[in-house]
Design a protein around this ligand. Structure first.
Ligand code: B12
Length: 312
C-alpha cells in the first residue's frame, strides 16, 4: 500500500508516517519514486505501538570489583575470548549495558591507563586492550529491532582520539532502542553538522575524554544545537548511567529557551534516583552545580560547564 494509505490506516498524519519511514521505524521500499509499505510491516508497527515494553529482568550485582579485576587480567594478557565470555555472562545475566560500561569496562580501562602512564604496560598492550574492548562491545551494539525511540548521533570533536567512550554511548543508546549513527573519532565538525541535519537527529551525544579537547567539544555542542534536538556532552566524571537517565528524563519544558536549558537539566538530573551503580550521579561536580569538574579542574572555571551536560 502507499505511504498515504499506511498513514490513514495507522491514524497518523502523512508527515509522521514519512518521518517513521526516514527513521527506519516503518520499513518501506521506493517504487517509481513513491514509498510502498508491506501490510505485515504495518501490522508489526501497529502491534509495537500498542504493546507496552516488558520490564527488563534485572540482575543485582553487589560488587562489580571482581568483574573489573577479571576483565583487567584478561585485557593485560590479551585474552579476547575471556573478555567476550565475561561480557556475555554479565549482559545475558541481566546486567545493563550502562553498568557493564561504568562498573566493569571503565575501571579496567582506567587501570590500564594508569599502568601505561607508569610505564608498566607497553603501548602495544594498551592498544591491544582497547581493540579487544571495541570488538567485544560492538557485539552488543546491533541496531535494535522494532520501533526506535528516535535517531541519535554519537560523535567526538575532531581533536579527540579516544573512541571507546563514544562506542559505549552508542551501545547503551542502542540498548535503549535508539537508532544510532556512531561516527567514531576524527570527523571534522562541518561534516558532523551536515550528517546530524541529514539524518534528522533527535539526540546528539558528543563525547570528550582529554581535557584538551573539551573546548572543541563545547564548540561542537553549540554548533549542533537546534530546536527539538537534545545535545549532550559526556566526559570523564559522567557515566553511561547518567546518559541513560538523561535520555529517559522528560524533554525540556516550554519555558526552556530554544534548544533546552542546561541549567534546568542540572536541576532535574539529581531527581533521577541515583542508583548504587551510578556514583557519578552523586559525585559529579557538574551535577552538584560546581563547574570545576574532573576535566574543568584543569580548565578555567567555566560558567558554561553546565551546558556540557544539559540538553542542548
Ligand atoms: C585506550 C586509551 C587510548 C587509546 C584510545 C583507543 C580507542 N580506540 O579509544 C589511544 C592509544 C588512541 C590513546 C591515545 C592517547 N591517550 Co589515551 N587513554 C586510553 C585509556 C587507557 C582508556 C580510554 C577510555 O576508553 N576510557 C573510557 C573510560 C575509562 O573513561 P571515562 O571517560 O571515565 O568514560 C566515561 C565517560 O566518558 C562517560 N561518557 C562518555 N560519553 C558520554 C556521553 C554522555 C552524554 C555522558 C553523560 C557520559 C559519557 O561514560 C564513560 C563510561 O563510564 C585512558 C585511561 C582512562 N583513564 O580513561 C587513557 C588516557 C585517557 N589517555 C591519555 C593520554 C595522555 C593519551 C594521549 C595524549 C597519549 C599520547 N601521548 O599520544 C593520546 C591522545 C590522543 C587524542 N588525540 O585523543 C591520558 C589522559 C591524561 C589526561 N590529560 O587526562 C589517559 C587518562 C591515560 C593516563 N592515565 O595518563 N589513548
Amino acid at each position: 500500500m502507499s505511504l498515504a494509505e499506511a498513514a490513514v490506516s495507522l491514524g497518523v498524519h502523512y508527515q509522521t508516517a514519512y518521518r517513521w519511514v526516514r527513521r527506519g521505524v516503518l520499513p518501506a521500499v521506493k517504487v517509481a519514486g513513491s514509498y510502498e509499505i508491506d501490510t505485515g510491516d504495518l501490522e508489526a508497527l501497529r502491534r509495537d505501538r500498542r504493546t507496552p515494553e516488558p520490564p527488563p529482568q534485572r540482575r543485582q550485582v553487589r560488587s562489580f570489583g571482581r568483574f573489573a579485576d577479571r576483565l583487567l587480567a584478561d585485557l593485560v594478557v590479551g585474552d579476547e575470548a575471556g573478555v567476550r565470555e565475561l561480557f556475555s555472562d554479565l549482559v545475558e545475566g541481566g546486567v545493563s549495558l550502562a553498568e557493564v560500561c561504568d562498573q566493569v569496562l571503565s575501571p579496567a580501562l582506567r587501570a590500564i591507563g594508569e599502568r601505561w602512564s607508569r610505564g608498566e604496560l607497553s603501548i602495544a598492550v594498551e592498544h591491544r586492550a582497547s581493540a579487544i574492548c571495541e570488538r567485544a562491545l560492538a557485539r552488543w551494539a546491533p541496531h535494535p529491532p522494532g520501533r526506535p525511540r528516535g535517531v541519535a548521533v554519537v560523535c567526538s570533536p575532531a581533536s579527540e582520539g579516544h573512541e571507546l567512550p563514544g562506542l559505549m554511548a552508542a551501545t547503551v543508546l542502542r540498548g535503549l532502542r535508539w537508532r544510532v549513527h556512531h561516527l567514531g573519532v576524527g570527523v571534522p565538525a562541518d561534516s558532523i553538522e551536515r550528517l546530524v541535519a541529514d539524518e534528522g537527529a533527535d539526540l546528539v551525544v558528543v563525547s570528550a575524554t582529554l581535557p584538551e579537547t573539551l573546548g572543541d567539544a563545547r564548540e561542537l555542542v553549540g554548533r549542533l544545537r537546534a530546536p527539538g534536538r537534545r545535545v549532550l556532552l559526556g566526559r570523564p566524571g559522567l557515566t553511561m548511567s547518567d546518559l541513560a537517565a538523561a535520555v529517559s528524563a522528560p524533554e525540556p519544558g516550554p519555558a526552556a529557551p530554544a534548544g533546552g536549558s542546561s541549567e534546568g537539566a542540572e536541576r532535574r538530573l539529581p531527581s533521577n534516583p541515583p542508583g548504587p551503580s551510578s556514583p557519578a550521579l552523586q559525585s559529579s561536580p557538574a551535577l552538584q552545580g560546581d563547574p570545576a569538574g574532573p576535566i574543568n579542574g584543569a580548565d578555567r572555571p567555566d560558567p558554561g560547564a553546565a551546558q556540557a551536560w544539559g540538553p542542548g
